[in-house]
Design a protein around this ligand. Structure first.
Ligand code: PAF
Length: 306
C-alpha cells in the first residue's frame, strides 16, 4: 500500500494508474473506521483496479460549537483496516496540506443544503462540498463512494459533481447496521451503553414507518407521526427532525410516490445521530431499503464505556 501525505504523491499514484488504463475508485473518509467504511472500500475494490482512501477530519465542515476536537481518531487501527481491505493508496494529509492558505475559495450548492441537517448545521455542507471538490480534483477521474446514511450529503455531492462537470461517477452505498439495527457511525463511540441501547429506537421507528407504507399509507404526515410515536418510547432520544422527502431533489411531498426517503436526526447524550430508510413506491408495489446488517465477523466499534 502507498501511504501518502502530499497532494503531489496522491496525484502521481492516481495519474500513473490511469496511464496504465487502470480505473480509480475513491473513498473519502474522516477515519475511525467501522464496517460501514469497510463496505465502501469493498464496493470500490470490486469495481476498480486502484482503490484510494483518504482520511481527513475536515475542520471546515464542523460548526464552532461542534465536535471537531472530540472527533474520534485512531490512525494505527485505521491503517490496519485499510491494509486488510486491500486498499492501494491511503492519503492522510495535514490541515496545512489541504488548506495551505486561509480558505477563500469555497463550493456552495444552493437549495439542497437548506433544511434537514442544513437547518441545525448551517455551514456544514459548504465545508463538505469544498473538501470533496478539492479531494476529487486531487484524485482526478474516478468513481467516488459515499454512504447512503448521509443521504443529504450524497444528494449534495451528486448535484455538485453534475453542476461542476467533475469527471467522477458518484456511487451511493447501502447503510450498514449493527445486529440490533443501529446504523454504523463513528459518532456511536460517544454513546454510553444505556444511550446506545436507547438509540436503536431510531431504526425501529424507521422500520415501523416503512411497514405502514407497505400496508398502504401514503400520507407523509402520518408516516412522520408514526416515527415520532415509536421514538417517544425512548425519552433519552431527542428528535431534531423527522422528514419525508423525494430522494433525488429532496423536495417535500403531498403524497408518497416514487423514490422517497424517511429521514431522522436526533440527539442522544453527546451524539447527534442521523438515520433513514428509502422507499421505492410504484402504485401498490413498495420496496423498502433499510440497508444491510453488519456481518458478525466484522468488529463493532466500542462505546465510550468499553
Ligand atoms: O462523510 C464523511 O465522512 C465526510 O463528510 C466526507 C465526505 C469524508 C468529507 O469530509
Amino acid at each position: 500500500m502507498i501511504n501518502c501525505t502530499t497532494v503531489a504523491g496522491l496525484r502521481g499514484a492516481c495519474d500513473a494508474a490511469r496511464l496504465d488504463q487502470r480505473s480509480v475508485g475513491f473513498v473519502p473518509t474522516m477515519g475511525y473506521f467501522h464496517a460501514g467504511h469497510r463496505s465502501l472500500m469493498r464496493m470500490a475494490r470490486t469495481a476498480n483496479e486502484l482503490v484510494v482512501v483518504s482520511i481527513f477530519v475536515n475542520p471546515l465542515q464542523f460548526g464552532p460549537t461542534e465536535d471537531l476536537s472530540a472527533y474520534p481518531r485512531d490512525l494505527a487501527r485505521d491503517i490496519e483496516m485499510v491494509e486488510s481491505e486491500g486498499v492501494d493508496v491511503l492519503f492522510v494529509p495535514t490541515v496545512d496540506e489541504m488548506y495551505p492558505e486561509p480558505t477563500q475559495t469555497t463550493v456552495h450548492v444552493a437549495g439542497l443544503t437548506e433544511g434537514l441537517c442544513g437547518a441545525a448545521r448551517p455551514t456544514h455542507f459548504d465545508g463538505v462540498t469544498t473538501v470533496v471538490a478539492k479531494l476529487l480534483s486531487m484524485v482526478g477521474p474516478c468513481r467516488g463512494y459515499f454512504g447512503k446514511k448521509d443521504f443529504q450529503q450524497l444528494a449534495v455531492v451528486r448535484r455538485m459533481s453534475a453542476g461542476l462537470n467533475l469527471p467522477v461517477e458518484i456511487v451511493g452505498c447501502p447503510i450498514v447496521r449493527e445486529s440490533d439495527g443501529l446504523a454504523m457511525s463513528s459518532r456511536n463511540s460517544y454513546l454510553s451503553e444505556f444511550e446506545r441501547s436507547a438509540a436503536t429506537v431510531l431504526s425501529k421507528a424507521l422500520f415501523w414507518a416503512s411497514e405502514t407504507v407497505v400496508r398502504g399509507e401514503r400520507d407523509p404526515q402520518r408516516v412522520i407521526a408514526s416515527v415520532r410515536q415509536v421514538s417517544i418510547l425512548e425519552p433519552t432520544v431527542e428528535l431534531e427532525y423527522v422528514e419525508v422527502r423525494s430522494v433525488g431533489d429532496l423536495s417535500t411531498l403531498d403524497a408518497l410516490d416514487g423514490d422517497v426517503v424517511v429521514a431522522v436526526a436526533a440527539r442522544v447524550g453527546g451524539a447527534r445521530l442521523i438515520d433513514n430508510c428509502t422507499l421505492s413506491i410504484r402504485g401498490d408495489d413498495v420496496r423498502v431499503d433499510l440497508g444491510v446488517l453488519v456481518h458478525p465477523s466484522i468488529e463493532r466499534i466500542p462505546t465510550c464505556n468499553e
